[in-house]
Design a protein around this ligand. Structure first.
Ligand SMILES: CC(C)(COP(=O)(O)OP(=O)(O)OC[C@H]1O[C@@H](n2cnc3c(N)ncnc32)[C@H](O)[C@@H]1OP(=O)(O)O)[C@@H](O)C(=O)NCCC(=O)NCCS
Length: 205
């Protein structure tokens, strides 16, 4: 194998992916199909699944691999990153911008899949990194997100990341016969400090 082939193999392997952005606690990397192996056991947890609008049942090896297959295509209008804990360089979840619109808004989704990593500030930082990335490199003006009324932790994390509630679809979420609101929040470009993104392109003023 030649030098460049070896370099390519290294860069495209799951372990050797570089960070696209780093915060203080977590960083974002592009997705890799091998992350599905780490994700599958974590997506057996019904508490985690009950917070998510994109999932309804425990994942099988095949369904999780299919989820990654779809995401890996990076379809137009969508951007997904893996969230990695910096101190262990370990995949702990994912963050995405979906429905990226020509008039510069998009919908954010986030899941820290490993419950051992909840309440450590990781989700707040991952959301901030994704918002800054979207506003800087994708020129987004507005990022919106929704959460289910029973997810108090998500609300607090989103508030810490600078999101404000814009409204709620009352009683649209049904769990064990009980109804909860589907609550939406947003953040606009003038509310976000982009200096961390400017530092990624040092030659450009
Ligand atoms: C929601 C999520 C992204 C938040 O990330 P996180 O790293 O756990 O959250 P953070 O540590 O950044 O912040 C959580 C905050 O909520 C607070 N919190 C935790 N449980 C709470 C509760 N029951 N009620 C109110 N606040 C709560 C924490 O104390 C912390 O606030 P503080 O820093 O002021 O003390 C993450 O927990 C997660 O992915 N959960 C599972 C999937 C999910 O819910 N995804 C979002 C779907 S909309």
């Amino acid at each position: 194998m030649g030098n460049s082939a070896r370099k390519y193999k290294r860069a495209s392997s799951a372990e050797h992916r570089p960070y696209v952005i780093k915060g203080k606690l977590v960083g974002l990397k592009t997705l890799h199909k091998d992350d599905a192996t780490v994700a599958t056991p974590l997506f057996q947890n019904m508490e985690l699944i009950t917070y998510l609008s994109t999932r309804r049942r425990p994942e099988t090896v095949e369904s999780e691999a299919a989820f990654f297959e779809r995401a890996l295509k990076q379809e137009e209008g969508e951007l997904q990153f893996g969230i990695f804990e910096l101190k262990s360089d370990r995949w702990i979840g994912g963050v995405s911008l979906r429905d990226i619109q020509p008039n510069n808004h998009a919908t954010l989704g986030v899941a820290i899949a490993d419950p051992k990593c909840w309440n450590k500030g990781y989700g707040t930082e991952a959301v901030r990194l994704m918002v800054e990335f979207g506003m800087f490199f994708l020129n987004l003006h507005n990022v919106r997100l929704g959460y289910f009324g029973y997810n108090a932790r998500a609300r607090r994390a989103y508030e810490k990341a600078g999101f404000k509630e814009v409204g709620r679809f009352r009683g649209t979420i049904l769990l064990a016969g009980k109804r909860y609101d589907d609550i939406w929040m947003d953040i606009t470009r003038d509310e976000v400090d982009l200096s961390r993104m400017w530092a990624m392109v040092p030659m450009i003023k």
